[in-house]
Ligand binder design. Sequence first.
Ligand code: 6PG
Length: 244
Amino acid sequence: MSPHRTRIVQLVDPAALAARACEEVLRAAREALEARGVFHLALSGGSTPKLLYRALAESGMDGSRWHVHFGDERCVPPDHADSNFRMASEAWLGRGQVPAAQVHRIRGELEPAQAAREYEREIVASFGGAEATQLDLALLGLGSDGHTASLFPGSSALAETTARVAATYVEKLGVHRVTLTLPMLNESRAVLFLVAGTDKVNALRELFHGDGSAPPSPAALVRPREGNVTWMVDGAAAAGLQDE
Ligand code: 6PG
């Protein structure tokens, strides 16, 4: 863990975490809009960020110059109960504060490799076709096994060194996913991990206090070259920040 670029913020509970994360997203957006006139944000899936997305929906944010991407998606249609797009739409994006053309959905209904190729093309197009596709902020979660986005321990996608997006088969879950890769995530200007719940204690402890005997978890490999990594951790997960 690169301490000089890592910040840890402990919040009492998921509601406080969502409120603080919302402030962080809005601050990052203000900075990006002032500097470049556009804000590129990648959303995390799973359940933890739902309260954050609701907070953003209620924040009165003006998303007219935002581009919203997804860090990963399950290979299901957009109306499926497991869809990250559906979760984010119900909590926030369905309100239309971000123009639909600037919400970049991973098309989970397609064959995974095709979905990954199309999504990579859409990311490049959203940056005006530029070679540099630097997210201003990537929101990420942490799995109890140390995965992040859909980069799971032992996944071949972890070895990707050039593509921004990869299709991956998650053996332990028996499902296909599409995920941003480490090259894309590590290009980000900033990364914000949102971690809540006692089921994340061991993964956090391994991240911050592991003895190096196990391979680094996928989340530990997210080390943006120029960017800062902020961990927002709720009280239930925070025990993992202490060494045993
Ligand atoms: C997903 C996420 C995944 C998630 C972690 C934590 O698509 O599920 O991208 O990486 O962030 O599994 O999930 P919870 O927030 O539900 O604990």
